[in-house]
Design a protein around this ligand. Structure first.
Ligand code: SAM
Length: 168
């Protein structure tokens, strides 16, 4: 079970990027997105993708990041450019445990760095929570997540030009 925890979400400013965190989480085989600030619109947008493209993913906003971290019994990974390089540390992650993957927006509270079992840098340059999450999940699943069958109402097929979309 892989849960993504997005902290510091500001509904006005981060609407698009948090939606993309959710889209990447779902498309790259995570099970759930938790967002600290209540945002019904964000939930509706992601639920509409889930309805059309396939189930098996849950989104919940307005949760306490502090309580989530405190009560989590599995492994906690915090993605941050200040952490240890993924190439060095990845082998130490207990991959059979439930995972909580934390991504921030602006300043991440110190408590998160301290509570995480692993603070992991996807390289030490500043980039984005969307990119960091995609690369982490791709390493975690070794690329197999890209061939997941989502069993959706809409099913996109390989195509050299144009679009082929099958509808159930
Ligand atoms: C706008 S960035 C803020 C950069 C931040 N100062 C940091 O700690 O990485 C927002 C989020 O993107 C993720 N992020 C950005 N660059 C990263 C990197 N090189 N490695 C891992 N995560 C990164 C982190 O989760 C961060 O909280």
């Amino acid at each position: 079970m892989i849960t993504i925890l997005r902290i510091g979400h500001r509904p006005g400013r981060d609407k698009r990027i948090t939606t993309h965190v959710g889209l990447v989480a779902r498309a790259f085989n995570a099970d759930r997105l938790l967002v600290d600030t209540k945002d019904i619109k964000l939930e509706d947008t992601l639920n509409s993708v889930i309805t059309r493209f396939g189930d098996g993913f849950e989104v919940k906003s307005g949760i306490s990041w502090r309580k989530t971290l405190k009560n989590w019994t599995g492994n906690i990974v915090h993605l941050t450019m200040y952490g240890e390089h993924i190439d060095k540390i990845f082998k130490n992650i207990p991959i059979n445990s439930d995972q909580l993957i934390v991504v921030g927006s602006e300043k991440v509270p110190r408590e998160v760095y301290e509570r995480a079992h692993f603070n992991i840098a996807i390289g030490h340059q500043p980039h984005s929570e969307v990119a960091a999450l995609a690369i982490f999940l791709d390493r975690f699943f070794g690329g197999s997540e890209l061939n997941k069958d989502f069993n959706g109402k809409l099913n996109i097929q390989d195509c050299t030009q144009g679009k082929i979309v099958l509808e159930k």
